[in-house]
Design a protein around this ligand. Structure first.
Ligand code: WT7
Length: 649
């Protein structure tokens, strides 16, 4: 089906799901008047949320907006770690489980708020002893173990800026991010488990550190048993230190550093339209305010919930909805290290039963995989504790939504489809589960206090066009690390003083937002954001490749997969081996998430007369559609030959 065809059927979606009555009755928010209340004075509204945090010094101005730069809660001082941990120690949460963790092999750990506090305060002391000061950058390259959260919170405690790098990224990708941020310390592990095998993180880190002169120390968490010597971990004397040695030898913790509301909290790299990932900068007061607000209301979070967000802490979802949002609310967070299909396809549902998960937040790509694996897996387990389900990362197709609703939610649980981005820091468009009537496939309405529109290129409000955020919001990115020009250019140059997220969207008769996906050269593969240029750079990095063009190809489970059109230099012949080697080369340069599924060799690429590669056209070919308009093409013959090749297989 063509894109517009699929869209039309989406917009004719007439199944409606009001909040189930028992849910609505107990929900934190069930009165729609909240939207008008927030819209009447968004600044006052956010200030009320900010006041729910502990501040050392109050702010004097809620918002200073000199587009495109916003400052929230100006003059206020607070500490994120204090708000996520220390302040909960006073009352009954002291002995409440903050983190419940299960490793892929089945090992488990539980940390109370007291226990988490002790570890974080000690580790903050360790970092400080190693010379990490307020404002210094610390890179974190860890598997999904509690130490990932501990390291992030320890940085926040002393005012160091963390830069978490997803453990699936290659040594090159890690090195690029460390160099760009100028990180002083790298925190990693010997390895991590994924589908029964060990990912050699320290070995990767060693390869990265060959190119990172800023790194003074590398702290290594011993995740794997000492018998796992196949990893062959080497410790470089003076530079590399074991986490457990440092923690054993340190005496006591350090207090929280009072931070300015606008001090940097973290940098997180994400893909854009150029070959180089950009370091999205988030700050302290506004970020935590919106994380706390959205976690509480979108997930209807109550004191006795068992909350599980299946993301990795290496992505923004893990930052905002595993660590900062839930802990700021004093919640019990469940964290799992491994794959959903290990040792079998029932692992997630087994975990839901075993830990009595009540709120579950995952990605549409995972839901589509579960659908494919069959209802028999969830049917084996007791999912009756679940009361609310969420999704994030890409548009959810109505079939997947319905399956989630019926099979996992047993028709009892509202679904919150949450739209947001690394750059927005926290949820922006979402149902409120006790208020909003949902429809499969739409993220519905902006969260109270957020203002969004659908606009044309010219900036008029339209029914179908580009998504736009028309007012600054507390958890917005403040800049791109080291490149404010790129920040202005990427997000603020389309319309005056308005944020452009890079997504297309439509609205329906209820005024709901239907997010249609990226309108730039950014792919969404299994919920992971990948820039076409990044993959192209990795391909042309191979000595045989003359030119490469990468497009997204529709994929039943992943949403999109990567298709690459490659021209080889003279003297090199296309072959299956070459294709496999090129795929492997991309994995080594970027990481397994960027592996092209299809490589198509071609003698030429379709270009406009001005020399721009026509990606749309290539996408048409990759997805087997009739080729669209080629009138601006320099050599229409190129397309015909390409298409023929593709059809030949
Ligand atoms: C892009 C942001 C935010 C955490 C995960 C991804 C797409 C995200 C939805 C949704 C439709 C969505 C957008 C967005 N996206 N959530 N509920 N419906 N699309 O963060 O890597 O920064 O990617 O993911 O295209 O721009 P990210």
């Amino acid at each position: 089906m063509s894109e517009t065809g699929a869209l039309d059927s989406l917009l004719h979606e007439d199944r409606r799901f009001p909040p189930p009555e028992p849910f609505r009755r107990d929900a934190l928010i069930s009165d729609p008047a909240i939207y008008d209340e927030a819209a009447a004075d968004p600044e006052a509204w956010w200030a009320r949320w900010a006041a729910e945090l502990d501040w050392y010094e109050p702010w004097h101005t809620v918002l200073e907006w000199t587009p495109p730069h916003a400052k929230w809660f100006v003059g206020g001082k607070l500490n994120v770690c204090h708000n996520c941990i220390d302040r909960h120690l006073e009352g009954p949460r002291r002995n409440k489980a903050a983190l419940i963790w299960e490793g892929e092999p089945g090992d488990t750990r539980v940390m109370t708020y007291y226990g988490l506090h002790r570890r974080v305060a000690k580790f903050a002391h360790v970092l400080r002893n190693l010379g990490v000061e307020k404002g210094d950058r610390v890179a974190i390259y860890l598997p999904m173990v509690p130490e990932a959260a501990i390291a992030m919170l320890a940085c926040a405690r002393i005012g160091a800026v963390h830069s978490v790098v997803f453990g699936g990224f290659s040594p090159d990708s890690l090195a690029d991010r460390i160099v760009d941020a100028g990180a002083k310390v790298l925190i990693t592990a010997d390895g991590g488990y994924r589908r029964g095998t060990l990912i050699p993180l320290k070995n990767n880190a060693d390869r990265a550190m060959e190119h990172t002169p800023s790194i003074e120390h590398c702290i290594v968490v011993a995740r794997t048993p000492s018998t796992a010597r196949e990893l062959d971990v080497r410790m470089s004397a003076g530079r590399d230190l074991w986490y457990h040695d440092l923690m054993r030898d340190i005496e006591g913790g350090v207090p929280c550093e009072p931070m300015d509301s606008e001090d940097n909290l973290f940098i997180l790299y994400t893909s854009g339209t150029t070959g180089r990932p950009k370091g999205v900068v988030h700050t302290t007061g506004g970020y935590l305010t919106q994380c706390q607000a959205t976690t509480r209301w979108v997930f209807d979070l109550k004191e006795d919930d068992r909350y599980w967000c299946t993301a990795d802490v290496g992505w923004i979802t893990g930052h905002s909805y595993i660590v900062y949002g839930p802990l700021a609310n004093g919640a019990t967070v469940f964290m799992y290290e491994g794959a959903p299909d290990w040792p079998n396809r029932g692992r997630f549902w087994h975990l839901c039963e075993k830990y009595g998960i009540t709120v579950f937040y995952t990605a549409p790509t995972a839901i589509r995989a579960f659908m494919r694996w069959g209802e028999e897996w969830p049917a084996k387990y007791d999912l009756s504790q679940l009361r609310l389900l969420g999704t994030v990362g890409e548009p959810i197709n109505p079939e997947a939504w319905m399956w989630y609703h019926e099979v996992i939610g047993e028709k009892r649980c509202p679904i919150v489809d949450t739209w947001w981005q690394t750059e927005t820091g926290a949820i922006m468009i979402t149902p409120l589960p006790g208020v909003t009537e949902t429809k499969p496939g739409t993220a519905t309405r902006p969260f109270p206090g957020i203002e969004a529109q659908i606009r044309s290129e010219a900036g008029e409000e339209v029914k179908a066009g580009y998504l736009a955020v028309t007012k600054p919001w507390p958890s917005m990115l403040r800049t791109i690390w080291g490149d404010d020009e790129r920040f202005r250019e990427t997000y603020w140059s389309k319309w005056p003083d308005t944020y452009f997220p890079g997504d297309g969207a439509r609205t329906d008769d209820d005024g709901y937002f239907w997010i249609l996906g990226r309108v730039d050269d950014v792919l969404n593969v299994a919920g992971h954001r990948i820039g076409t240029m990044e993959v192209e750079s990795a391909l042309v990095d191979d000595h045989r490749v003359a030119e490469a063009a990468v497009v997204g190809k529709k994929h039943d489970v992943k949403g999109q997969s990567i298709a690459a059109f490659v021209t080889l230099k003279e003297g090199h012949e296309p072959s299956t081996d070459t294709a496999d080697e090129l795929k492997q080369h991309v994995v080594e340069k970027i990481g397994a998430i960027a592996r092209p599924e299809l490589i198509l060799f071609t003698v030429d690429l379709p270009k406009t007369r001005s020399g721009k590669i026509m990606r749309r056209l290539l996408q048409d070919i990759a997805e087997g559609r009739a080729v669209g308009d080629t009138t601006t093409l320099a050599d229409p013959e190129v397309v015909r030959r390409l298409q023929q090749r593709y059809e030949e297989g």
